[in-house]
Design a protein around this ligand. Structure first.
Ligand code: GLU
Length: 298
């Protein structure tokens, strides 16, 4: 009996260039990096600038510069989603051929009146081509998508009942994140996705698209969310404080502490290289907490 050799580990960090690196961004970078290092794998960076309306000029180089200062090492060129449209288009055409896509003319206002986040199916019977301005939605079938998250455990979502038909190309002509990320993860051969838990409930949509497009499904690992005193996600687009490069040793130790790695108290006095070495040697997914919480203030 022949055995298939396992797919080599390839992880990624996929920031959106909407602002500077804050604690939440650093967390996703560190978690994905340590998982890749621990698995002797590759780690790449993808700039998720598919939503041009949210892009902040210069944020991409600022993010890369910060990562460099922290001592992250990535393989190859950084891929920008804004250069990927032909690939997204190809995936879209494949879904259209499979009769999974319909044009949606509903406005936000109309949908808000519906009182539920699940798309009510108003345009499901419309067919392409459609001359009026429209978004494109993919039909959410009557199926359950289940997966095991390496930190958050068993997950399941019923596509039709809990998600509904979702947008893959927006009314303004931009491809939606859900399609872009699936195409990119497949194209780049990502074997494991490590990212913040705010994307946990997007994952079934992504797995659903992978299945429809006959792509491999990576494994998933969602890190606990860093929240502020009011329990809100620390998010760069809401102007969260930029991480301080001058204090990188302390910041990195704070992230390790947040991720349940229990760095020794004097580790932050070491060099950044020594901190990385400690972090890689001691990286343990089993002690990463599931619940969102506040980073320590010291
Ligand atoms: N670009 C997304 C963000 O910055 C992350 C997407 C992902 O990791 O799949 O929140």
């Amino acid at each position: 009996m022949s055995r298939h050799s396992p797919q080599p580990y390839k992880g990624r960090f996929a920031p959106s260039p909407t602002g500077a690196v804050h604690f939440g961004t650093l967390l996703a970078a560190v978690g994905s990096y340590l998982q890749a290092k621990k698995n002797h794998g590759e780690w790449i960076i993808r700039m998720e600038d598919v939503d041009l309306t949210r892009k902040v000029s210069g944020a991409d180089s600022d993010i890369l510069h910060t990562l460099e200062a922290f001592g992250f090492e990535w393989q190859g060129e950084v891929l920008y989603q804004s250069t990927q449209d032909p690939h997204y288009e190809e995936a879209l055409q494949q879904l259209i051929k499979q009769s999974l896509v319909f044009p949606c003319l509903c406005t936000r206002k109309q949908l808000a009146q519906n009182g539920s986040n699940i798309y009510p199916g108003n345009c499901r019977t419309r067919r392409l081509p459609e001359k009026n301005e429209h978004a494109l939605r993919v039909i959410a079938d009557d199926i359950n998508i289940s997966f095991h998250d390496a930190i958050m455990g068993a997950q399941s979502q019923h596509m039709a009942q809990q998600c509904g038909d979702f947008i893959i190309k927006r009314r303004d002509g931009l491809f939606a994140y859900q399609l872009a990320v699936v195409v990119d993860d497949a194209m780049q051969g990502i074997s494991e996705v490590v990212r913040g838990a705010d994307l946990l409930d997007s994952t079934p949509r992504q797995i659903y698209l992978q299945q429809q497009l006959a792509y491999n499904t990576p494994t998933y690992c969602h890190l606990p969310l860093a929240v502020d005193a009011d329990g809100n996600k620390i998010s760069k687009s809401e102007g969260a404080a930029k991480v301080d490069i001058k204090n990188k040793e302390k910041q990195l130790c704070k992230v390790l502490d947040f991720l349940g790695q229990q760095p020794p108290a004097d580790l932050s006095a070491c060099s950044i290289n020594d901190i990385w070495q400690w972090a890689i040697d001691n990286w343990n997914l089993r002690t990463v907490p599931q619940k969102k919480h506040r980073p320590a203030t010291k």
